[in-house]
Design a protein around this ligand. Structure first.
Ligand code: C2E
Ligand code: CA
Ligand code: CA
Ligand code: CA
Length: 280
């Protein structure tokens, strides 16, 4: 048993070593990814459940690594956060997404679609957050009312007065704020009063299981009711089946996002999607 124990230990060490090297390589590669144009923005439609049209898109980062292939944001965003690279990467993603929407507005006159961009905790804590966002909007010639910033519940819970002031400045320009992964963070809801929140995005874990577990259906109902009483809009993410789509319509959730409509797609495919004026 002793020998086996030692063996396990060596295997473990080897794995830890491999993991550490992997992270190190990722970090080095990530530093070069921006200059080498390996990062891209994908777009996933947010659907207005009342009329079935496209309400907007969420911008999602993708990394086309020369050797590893497509690296998931679940893998590289944490590395980007740990190293502070998320500040320049996040800014680039916001720029790219705003420029793309501005281009779509020129191509499709009267387009009312909005763009949602994820803002990580590290970005949210930057003292120049508001200046950065306003500069991006100006460079892209995009009005603030077309931009939504997605901030996770846990980041909002831990944020400072400074961040709150930044949101206030952006709110004056009609930028909207959305609580991402709502329901997974913390039990206290007091932050909902402290920040100018416009939209709650119900976490996919509730939406995916609502059809099979009554409890999850009830949680979704409760979040929709909470959003109503706080005069906020509500998005359901992770809408994968026609059954959950039908149920969300019954519950009068405002918007849906998920594979039942479309996965995240590249800019060209998103342009085709807009041109085809889908109706779900
Ligand atoms: P998120 O913000 O919760 O984004 C939603 C994720 O759910 C996306 O994963 C999307 O592709 C996936 N998804 C969409 N529809 C469905 C569905 O019907 N079922 C299921 N199971 N999943 C669905 P993705 O693109 O891999 O991104 C993962 C996470 O990485 C994001 O979660 C977000 O936290 C982070 N992330 C992605 N892009 C960025 C970014 O530009 N900046 C920051 N800070 N974080 C990002
Ligand atoms: Ca998000
Ligand atoms: Ca989410
Ligand atoms: Ca999530």
């Amino acid at each position: 048993a002793k020998v086996q124990g030692k063996g396990h230990c060596e295997v473990f060490d080897a794995r830890m070593h491999a993991f550490a090297i992997n992270q190190l390589n990722l970090e080095t590669d990530l530093r070069r990814a921006l200059e080498r144009h390996e990062l891209a923005v994908y777009y996933q439609p947010l659907v207005n459940l009342a009329n079935g049209g496209i309400e907007g898109f969420e911008a999602l980062a993708r990394w086309q690594h020369p050797e590893r292939g497509l690296v998931s944001p679940l893998e590289f965003i944490p590395v980007a956060e740990d190293t502070g690279l998320i500040v320049s990467i996040g800014r680039w993603i916001m720029q790219e997404a705003c420029r793309q929407l501005s281009a779509w507005q020129a191509q499709f006159p009267g387009l009312q679609a909005k763009i949602s961009v994820n803002v990580s905790g590290v970005q949210f804590a930057q003292p120049d957050l508001a200046d950065t966002v306003l500069q991006v909007l100006e460079d892209a010639r995009l009005e603030g009312r077309y931009l939504k910033l997605e901030i996770t519940e846990s980041v909002l819970m831990h944020s400072s007065e400074g961040a709150n002031a930044a949101l206030g400045r952006l709110q004056k320009r009609e930028v909207q704020f959305l609580v991402d992964d709502f329901g997974t963070g913390y039990s206290s809801l007091s932050y909902l009063h402290s920040f100018p929140i416009d939209v709650l995005k119900i976490d996919a874990s509730f939406v995916r299981r609502m059809a099979v577990e009554a409890k999850h259906d009830e949680i979704v109902q409760a979040i929709v009711a909470l959003a109503r009483s706080l005069k906020m809009e509500v998005i359901a993410e992770g809408v994968e089946t026609l059954a959950s789509l039908a149920r969300l319509r019954e519950l009068k959730a405002d918007f849906g996002q998920g594979y039942v409509f479309s996965p995240p797609v590249d800019a060209q495919a998103a342009t085709h999607l807009l041109a085809s004026r889908p109706h779900w």
